[in-house]
Design a protein around this ligand. Structure first.
Ligand code: ATP
Length: 289
């Protein structure tokens, strides 16, 4: 738990003159740019993104192919470094952190759910769920692991290996693993991309439930646990995005539009409009800059 006691980046203890994180936000991006290459061939994958996501919210990010969704997720989750701008997670500025500190932060304060489940096949379901605690050097709390497994409906599968489970069940394990540390934010990258419609709805229902319901017996104190989970999900699927509170639409590396509590049909219509007016080459830089 070294990270939590390290106040260097905390909002309430920033050096004088340094910009502080906005209280109450799980994720904040300020002027985030990510450029690949230089000169005439440069690409502005993120062209100056500002974002403020309150704790306990479910946000979907959509956009045409090449609009910057993966780059956004990677920069917001500390997996990639912006060319410029600032990223704050749970009140902690992560831009400028060293690799070790970032790795520690990802393990203890971010949950990930990927399209391909990314479970370790040689570990049991329970051991997979305990993995973030193990990697973070924390006590492996089996009661907590069993509680989140029960939350995702897999109380009876704790001793199984991932290969013995269906795809939907494996993704439930991944959701349990993302929830187990009560992270500041869960980043989900096409979490239902490999699932059929019914199974996808079950997984999205679990994420929705985690957002709407604070942990009943939080093992850690602190205001961030008075809320349900915060989920940021990249998806191509309007039906998946419709589970979110808000859909943000990326176009040419910038947020171009948003929709609150939209239906799948409304979201699909917005995407069609966006795709029609998007021209990724417009993000080629040399041009603009
Ligand atoms: N490593 C890289 N080097 C150069 N250009 C890159 C790199 N990664 C991404 N890009 C470019 O940055 C832009 C945004 O890419 P990104 O992968 O973030 O888009 P995306 O919205 O996730 O696309 P998709 O939906 O097809 O996965 C694209 O023009 C892409 O070609």
């Amino acid at each position: 738990m070294r990270l939590r006691s390290d106040k260097r980046h905390q909002a309430d203890d920033v050096p004088e003159g340094a910009p502080a994180a906005t209280p109450g936000l799980a994720v904040e991006l300020r002027g985030v740019r990510r450029q690949y290459g230089r000169g005439a061939g440069a690409v502005h994958a993120l062209a100056g993104v500002d974002l403020a996501l309150p704790r306990g919210t479910f946000t979907a990010v959509m956009g045409p192919s090449g609009s910057g969704k993966s780059t956004f997720l990677q920069c917001a989750a500390g997996l990639d470094r912006p060319t410029s701008g600032s990223v704050y997670l749970g009140g902690t500025e992560i831009t400028g952190m060293g690799e070790n500190e970032l790795t520690e932060l990802r393990r203890s304060r971010i949950g990930f759910v990927f399209q391909a489940f990314n479970l370790l096949p040689s570990l049991t379901v329970e051991q997979n769920v305990l993995l973030p605690m193990r990697l973070a050097g924390e006590r492996q709390d089996r009661r907590r692991a069993d509680a989140v497994l029960a939350q995702v409906g897999l109380a009876d599968k704790a001793r199984r290996r991932p290969g013995e489970l269906s795809g939907g069940q494996q993704q439930r394990v991944a959701v349990a693993r993302a929830l187990v540390t009560n992270p500041d934010v869960i980043f989900a990258d096409e979490p239902t991309g490999a699932l059929d419609t019914g199974t996808a709805a079950e997984i999205l229902g679990l994420l929705r439930h985690a957002v709407d319901h604070p942990p009943s017996s939080p093992l850690r104190t602190g205001s961030r646990h008075a809320h349900g989970a915060t989920v940021v999900m990249v998806t191509h699927d309007p039906a998946a995005a419709a589970w979110a509170d808000r859909v943000l639409f990326l176009s040419d590396g910038a947020f171009a539009d948003q929709l609150e509590h939209g239906s799948a049909e409304q979201i699909a219509a917005r995407m069609t409009t966006l795709s029609a007016r998007t021209s990724r080459p417009g993000a080629m830089a040399g041009a603009a800059a």
